[in-house]
Design a protein around this ligand. Structure first.
Ligand code: F6R
Length: 613
């Protein structure tokens, strides 16, 4: 989704801004632009298309201003085009603004401003902001230093919805005002210079010291000072945080794409997720969240709520929670959950899963749950993301920055962390047989090595991808946790290859979907649970009889069957097998996308963090 970068200091701003925008490309966008202040004049250069198009704009190299703001836009209000791109300016070109988020009352604000004589040049909600700031600025009779800040503050007070904004003003060539509500914004600090961004990776190569803004914060930046205010313009204090992310971990490190790099990082990311929570022979450690035995004994249900791949992580963990903890677990899509009046009270525990921690529906679902008295746990990969500020407790996946739009390592880390949490609850509750728990714990510790094994030789996966990349429909089937892998694999494939695909519980085939199977159709079968294997094998035979080509991911001895390709993966406990079985299928989607010559990391229409509903 939209990305923000800003700079104020002694250096020329434009190269820093463009560099930051390039680092935010992974979020998904359709246009970009930058604005700087120089000699009492605001430049504004923008266009639809890729950030690199900015280099072609006449005069971009002549922007010498040392203060600037920049933006990548993912269209919500109005199509992708130059006029709708950010930055937006007021009618008198006094203020330049970039904005992430959605202004829900923009139509009312627009009508109000039109009534005051303002004209609108774009279809966006954002264009109301510079004009509203201008309106308050002109109304302010006290033309002292604080006038710019007061105007931005008044405009923010009028806005309903979410925003992270950067504002520069031609009358204040040494100042930038930024503000946030329900949309992330950070300030990176170096000597006599400040970097602003919606996402830390955009500016991580310049500094590791950050102020992380909270909702309602307004910040006044000057070249050598920073002041924080609340919505009443009272000064507040903020702590500078050191973020230990390695800048190179958000670069490609020799891989052709981020997605491939992130797939190959999984042995390491799983190790990081397990961290010190699990040690041989010891109980799982979640001393960072205060969930007592009394509380767990008293709850009567758990909801796992998320969107997309993160929701699939919830589905993968559901059987483990139910079997080990003996508590009913429902997995919900956040955008459905929040509108279906779910039954929630103080006996409900709700766990929200979000890689980015910024997904609008997941955050809204969490807020709703809190109003109804349930306890909330956030599982996120991004330190201090919005969801972590709302939840009662947060646990981090520690998978490292995930840049490719299609989630891979974050998913396997989410499933791992959920498994650890389920085991922890079972150990606290003493609700399950210790030998089964120990078996899963031992298998969790072996995952990094087993993933390494899968990644050693991927030629067979690549070959099969070459064979089927021109197809129009691909089906995935499995039972139990293999069905959840089928769902995740199908999502991965459609996202980055644009091939239609569907996942079915293998036992459901005969209840309808088998009508779609005809000569030459590809069916991917996942068979990793010995107890269910013979059932899924029968279903695979049914599709083979009807002419399907089959691609099998298994830890069973199926090599002698009449399948087109069998990918053998290491054995593990069925409850955590999605962590292994998904990996060949992430690669399958990846190689199909590459064969088709598509942009693997930035698939069309998709964004890395979905900050709109
Ligand atoms: C798919 C994918 C999306 C996200 C979903 C939720 O590869 O990445 O389906 O999983 O948009 O995002 P987060 O986890 O950031 O809440």
């Amino acid at each position: 989704m939209c990305g923000i970068v800003g700079y104020i200091g002694k250096k020329k701003a434009s190269p820093i801004l463009i560099d930051g925008l390039l680092k935010l490309e992974y979020r998904g966008y359709d246009s970009s632009g930058i604005s700087t202040v120089e000699n009492g004049y605001l430049s504004n250069m923008k266009d639809k298309g890729r950030v690199k198009n900015l280099y072609d704009l006449d005069g971009i190299n002549d922007l010498n201003g040392t203060i600037g703001i920049a933006h990548t836009r993912w269209a919500t209000h109005g199509k992708p085009c130059k006029e709708n791109s950010h930055p937006h300016m007021d009618n008198e070109k006094c203020f330049s603004v970039v904005h992430n988020g959605i202004i829900e009352n923009y139509q009312d604000l627009r009508d109000f401003l039109i009534g005051k004589g303002y004209k609108f040049l774009s279809e966006t909600d954002t264009e109301t902001i510079p004009n509203l700031i201008h309106y308050y600025y002109n109304k302010d009779e006290n033309s002292n230093e604080g006038r710019f800040l007061r105007a931005v503050n008044s405009a923010c007070k009028d806005v309903k919805g979410s925003y992270a904004i950067e504002v520069i003003c031609k009358d204040y060539p040494n100042k930038m005002i930024i503000a946030r509500k329900d949309s992330p914004l950070v300030v990176g600090v170096n000597q006599d210079e400040y970097y602003v961004a919606s996402d830390i990776p955009a500016i991580l190569s310049y500094t590791k010291n950050f102020y992380l803004l909270d909702d309602g914060d307004i910040v006044e930046l000057q070249k050598n000072s920073i002041s924080f205010y609340n919505m009443n313009l009272e000064k507040i204090q903020k702590d500078l945080k050191n973020i230990e992310w390695d800048a190179t971990s958000s670069e490609k490190a020799g891989y052709p794409d981020y997605m491939l790099k992130e797939i190959y990082e999984q042995p390491r990311s799983i190790r990081e997720t397990i961290g010190t929570r699990l040690k041989q022979g010891e109980k799982v450690n979640f001393s960072d969240i205060n969930i007592s035995k009394d509380y767990l004994k008293n709850i009567d249900k758990i909801y796992l709520v998320a969107c997309g791949t993160a929701m699939h992580a919830g589905l993968s963990a559901q059987p483990l929670f139910e079997k080990l903890c003996k508590i009913p677990v429902t997995v919900d899509i956040a955008s459905e959950f929040r509108y279906r009046e779910p039954l929630i009270d103080d006996k409900t525990l709700c766990i929200f899963i979000s890689q980015s921690g910024e997904t609008a529906d997941t955050i809204a679902a969490l807020k709703l749950v809190k109003l109804n008295g349930a306890k909330t746990i956030a599982i996120s990969n991004v330190i201090n993301s919005s969801i972590t500020r709302e939840a009662d407790f947060t646990i981090y996946t520690h998978a490292g920055p995930e840049i490719a739009v299609a989630s891979t390592k974050a998913y396997t880390s989410q499933v791992t962390l959920l498994a650890l949490l389920g085991i922890h609850f079972a150990e606290v509750l003493e609700s399950s047989d210790a030998s089964e728990i120990n078996n899963i714990k031992n298998e969790l510790l072996l995952l990094p090595e087993k993933i390494q094994d899968i990644l050693k030789d991927v030629t067979q996966i690549k070959e099969f991808a070459k064979k089927v990349y021109t197809e129009h429909d691909i089906f995935f089937i499995g039972r139990g946790t293999d069905y959840t892998t089928a769902k995740e694999a199908s999502l991965k494939l459609k996202e980055i290859s644009y091939i239609h695909s569907d996942a079915y519980a293998a036992g459901e085939l005969k209840h309808g979907p088998i009508a779609l199977i005809e000569n030459g159709v590809t069916v991917v079968g996942i068979v990793t649970d010995a107890k269910l294997a013979c059932k899924t094998i029968s279903n695979l035979q049914e599709v083979i009889t009807r002419g399907a080509k089959t691609f099998i991911i298994t830890n069973q001895d199926l090599e002698k069957g009449n399948y087109d390709k069998v990918i053998r993966i290491p054995n593990t406990h069925p409850m955590i097998s999605p962590i292994l079985s998904v990996i060949p299928l992430q690669l399958f989607a990846y190689y199909i996308s590459k064969e088709k010559g598509l942009d693997v990391d930035k698939p069309r229409n998709l964004a890395k963090s979905v900050t709109v509903e």
